[in-house]
Design a protein around this ligand. Structure first.
Ligand SMILES: [Zn+2]
Length: 754
């Protein structure tokens, strides 16, 4: 039996293991938890105050730096004459000086490349290394020329530059900012591409975008493969020249749609990576801070939770919120920058401050990182090497983004995912993203899986979902989930129709994003008791009291549990359209479709077809099929009814097997982990004065917050501590659950139980 004393000893052993992690025998990419980057501008060689920045490195407790070396601009005297020197470099080796300073301070050094374009002299010397339009014109970016990923620039020239940098300064590893060549929106018709594609695919390059064309699909796959080849070649080069731990890391986005648009296969990249560098600097207005917590969990699901994923976090006003201006040298409001960091840390991301330029007249940005980074240093042992605890897995795949999302991935893939996960966050239901290829590996830990309009699923992926359900798991699927195969071709019916108890209305169902219309969903009429309100059309009017009376309603039944909280309404706003679909015997239909009717003028706003038998929601054993795209609607319209309905459905398919209950005011993003025998709970307070729009400028505390958490293992815990407040928290343990109260949360709190 595990006594209190042996538990303390176990915890001490865990702390020792964390300390050993910092041992010099552990490779740098497992040790360096906090990072910094001063992204050097061409002007900086004449104004880079290295002693000041070394002090800043210390104040922010970073363990690694990313230093600009070469590529578009070189910060050292390269032997390659065409590698453009920084305009103010004047023969200096600024990169080498910074490497020496970082070494003297005991920091890991990552040499930064930015490799996808060059100045004109390079283009004139090697015209066959550059990407071309169909007309033969080179692709250009302002005054620079864009290199072709299939050219010798990537196969020969860049490896030589990497070797030169290793010879000069022996960095621990490399980063590359824009390593993956032209995006999917641009087809390169250069002679290299034409020849290589013909050798591989046996045909000419596609004339343009056509998702149904075999040639275009081959071109997509060929492009993905080439990025992985470049990844492997660069790693082979740096390891051969710099040793086994000298790894090369292209930057990646936490957005799968961005990865798809750049042919970066995040799952395959993670398989190849000892560390993942995320270029994902700030929120957008539509995704919120919570997207960073989601990204952290998503990449660790691919990478493993024992590896690190530092993320470049901008301390300047950038990149923009939705379409607003970037200000490269103005401070981001500290609350905005801090909340992005805190959410990333909650999702398992390592912080990495990022300044553009080595000199700033807006010095406020120098005060933002320090408190977060010092806090991170103090409690780092609790912030790495842990495993998420979640009741539900939200399924995603990059192929779904590619071949189901196609040109509408934002609306067909991202929006339902975002609406679904936001509903989970609002309901304080801990979840993790699960790659569709990892369902068999990961799903045992979940009570339920969610398919938020995951249209494209392979037969194998569908089998793993079916296995999960057959073993007693719950399933919530929405929209077109499983109707399409891994190429986005229609199957004519849902592959999981047997689980849904519902059949696709047509082969192209859900192919395109639906327009917003003035439609509703009708709740099943069963309702016990009486309602208060005016009589309905057709109901007999008795005496003169026609309103304000309580009266019995249509049925003595009771509404289904998934409609909890909607007792005082018979309809819900919807906004989408639905079609008739065939249902299997025995299913329950708690919501039906009310077709659109006019909004304007008000005189016309009455339901033409108040009742239909078109299903909006179908329950079949512990599987829920939500035909109505409420997840996407919630992502778009942010209606609390939609969030509540989604939360009800998730709780029902999960049979209420939730590991966490959090009660109290506010929008809290809850991330739950286990580490040895302890439980670690991040509560990120997203309730703030920027409910209108970004950026936030002030934190508003919430509390008290009551927490109940299911304890893993033997449940003998007696104490807890808040890592932000520093306060001990009294815990009551009963039946394997710990209960406690958090008095107040400003930006976030992290509670270690045990
Ligand atoms: Zn090309």
């Amino acid at each position: 039996m595990l006594t209190r004393r042996s538990f303390i000893e176990l915890s001490a052993a865990g702390a020792l293991a964390a300390a050993a992690n910092r041992d010099a025998n552990v490779p740098w990419y497992r040790r360096a938890l906090r990072w910094g980057q001063t992204n050097i501008t061409e002007r900086d060689p004449v104004r880079y105050d290295i002693p000041w920045w070394r002090e800043y490195w210390k104040r922010t407790a970073i363990q690694g730096v990313i230093i600009n070396a070469g590529g578009i601009v070189a910060y050292y005297p390269s032997k390659f004459p065409l590698q453009h020197r920084a305009e103010f470099l004047n023969g200096r080796d600024l990169y080498g000086e910074l490497v020496a300073a970082a070494r003297a301070d005991g920091l890991a050094v990552v040499a930064r490349m930015d490799s996808n374009r060059t100045a004109e002299d390079f283009f004139q010397t090697h015209p066959s290394w550059f990407a071309r339009r169909k007309s033969g014109e080179p692709y250009r970016a302002e005054d620079k020329y864009v290199t072709c990923i299939n050219s010798a620039y990537y196969d020969e020239y860049l490896p030589d530059v990497l070797r030169e940098i290793i010879e000069r300064s022996h960095p621990d590893g490399f980063a590359d900012n824009s390593w993956s060549g032209l995006p999917r929106t641009n087809i390169c018709y250069c002679e290299n591409c034409a020849k290589k594609f013909k050798d591989t695919a046996g045909s000419e390059l596609p004339a343009g975008k056509d998702w149904t064309s075999q040639t275009y699909r081959k071109w997509i796959e060929w492009n993905y493969k080439r990025r992985l080849e470049v990844w492997d070649l660069n790693n082979k080069t740096t390891k051969a020249a710099g040793g086994e731990h000298c790894i090369w890391m292209g930057m990646n986005s936490g957005s799968i749609t961005a990865e798809s648009g750049s042919f970066r296969d995040l799952k395959e990249i993670c398989v190849r990576s000892e560390m993942l560098l995320l270029d994902h600097q700030s929120r957008t207005e539509t995704t919120g801070f919570q997207q960073n917590g989601d990204a952290g969990k998503l990449v660790h699901g691919l990478l493993g939770w024992n590896k690190l994923a530092p993320e470049s976090m901008a301390l300047y006003q950038a990149p923009s919120h939705t379409g607003e201006m970037s200000f490269r040298v103005a401070s981001k409001p500290p609350a905005e920058a801090r909340m992005w960091m805190v959410e990333g840390i909650a999702g398992g991301i390592q912080p990495w401050w990022h300044h553009v330029g080595a000199y700033h007249e807006d010095r406020r940005m120098y005060h933002t990182a320090e408190p977060v980074f010092q806090w991170h240093k103090k409690y780092e042992q609790y912030l790495v090497n842990r495993q998420p605890i979640a009741a539900v897995g939200v399924v995603w795949s990059q192929r779904n983004t590619d071949y189901f999302g196609r040109d509408e991935a934002g609306a067909l893939v991202d929006l339902p995912y975002r609406g679904m996960t936001q509903a989970l966050i609002k309901a304080r239901i801990p979840y993790v993203p699960v790659n569709a290829d990892h369902i068999a590996r990961d799903a045992d830990q979940f009570a339920a899986l969610i398919l938020p309009n995951v249209g494209a699923l392979s037969d194998a992926q569908c089998s793993s979902i079916r296995d999960f359900v057959n073993k007693g798991g719950g399933l919530l699927a929405t929209g077109a989930s499983s109707l399409y195969d891994e190429w986005g071709d229609s199957r004519r019916d849902f592959a999981l129709a047997d689980l849904f108890g519902a059949h696709a209305p047509g082969p192209e169902f859900g192919r395109h994003a639906a327009q917003a219309v003035h439609s509703y969903l009708r709740l099943s009429p069963e309702l016990r008791g009486q309602v208060w309100g005016p009589k309905a059309e057709g109901e007999p009017v008795s005496g003169s009291r026609t309103t304000g009376t309580k009266r019995p309603v249509r049925s003595s039944g009771q509404r289904h549990a998934v409609l909890r909280g909607f007792e005082e309404t018979d309809i819900l706003p919807f906004g989408g359209t639905l079609e008739k679909m065939r249902l299997d015997a025995g299913v329950i239909v708690p919501l039906t479709f009310v077709p659109p009717f006019p909004i304007y003028p008000p005189e016309t706003a009455w339901m033409r077809d108040p009742k239909t038998d078109i299903p909006g929601l179908v329950l079949n054993k512990r599987t829920v099929y939500l035909a109505a795209d409420i997840d996407a609607r919630y992502g778009r319209d942010n209606l609390p009814d939609h969030a509540q309905l989604l939360a009800n459905l998730v709780r029902w398919v999960a049979a209420d097997r939730m590991p966490l209950e959090v009660t109290g005011p506010g929008l809290l993003d809850c991330h739950l982990y286990k580490q040895d025998e302890r439980v670690i709970l991040h509560l990120v307070n997203l309730s703030n004065e920027a409910a209108w729009r970004a950026p936030i400028d002030e934190f508003i505390p919430v509390g008290p917050i009551r927490v109940r958490v299911k304890l893993p293992g033997r449940g003998t815990v007696r104490s807890a501590r808040g890592l932000v407040s520093g306060a001990a928290i009294a815990v009551a343990v009963s039946n394997g659950w710990a209960s406690f109260e958090v008095k107040s949360i400003l930006d976030h709190e992290v509670i270690v139980v045990g």
